[in-house]
Write a protein that binds this ligand. Sequence first.
Ligand code: F6R
Length: 240
Amino acid sequence: MEVKVFKDYDELSQQAADEVINLVKQKNDAVICFASGNTPLGTCQWIVKKAMTEKIDFSKCSFIGLDEWVGISPDNSGSCRFFFYENLFKPLQMADAQIFLFDALATDLNNECRKMDNVVAEKRGIDLMIVGIGINGHIGFNEPGVDPNLLSYAIDLHESTKAVGQKYFTGATELAQGITLGLDHLMNSKKVILMANGKSKSEVIKKAIKESVTEEMPASIMQKHKNGFVFIDEEAASLL
Ligand code: F6R
């Protein structure tokens, strides 16, 4: 694992966007997995800007959504699906056939998980995963204490995830479960970039990358990834 510290959020976002753009230049059918949330928003915006100015063709790429809030409708602006369509898929004019997202309204969540695992297998793995980190150390919805050997699964969310998650929604929203790619997918991805910005992430970043690898701090598994990178701004790096 390598840690890269950038001046501020904009520089961090540009660098992460460059990783995606350079990958697609080298491999036009790249398989890319993204988290949603506040952290990757700037990255998505830079990808779109750079794709337009550099005329990058995304039409052969595949995009996999890292996770979703179970039971939240796709037209809810707080859903991960909504985030991806607004910030990435529509601006890049991506076709539905390139997009692989969990169906949060599926009655059989286990089947949703197996479908996603099959997508990853059929595509021969994920080339690049860009993930965030929760203040409780989660990646995707891999909450503290979770088995790191899992593929995709549904999970009861931790209280802090339900509380912090309210920031994505316009009104108070009941959040109970999440559906997510497990950490086994992360460890098998050819490259992973964990991003974090701001003072509020400095404590968890210190725990995740400076302390021991433990299931109680899911993001600490990044330390074991052979091609894992932690991209942070100076504020998130302030306790290192
Ligand atoms: C969202 C996701 C979450 C977030 C994390 C940080 O798809 O996977 O694990 O990455 O909660 O969220 P932000 O970026 O909003 O601070």
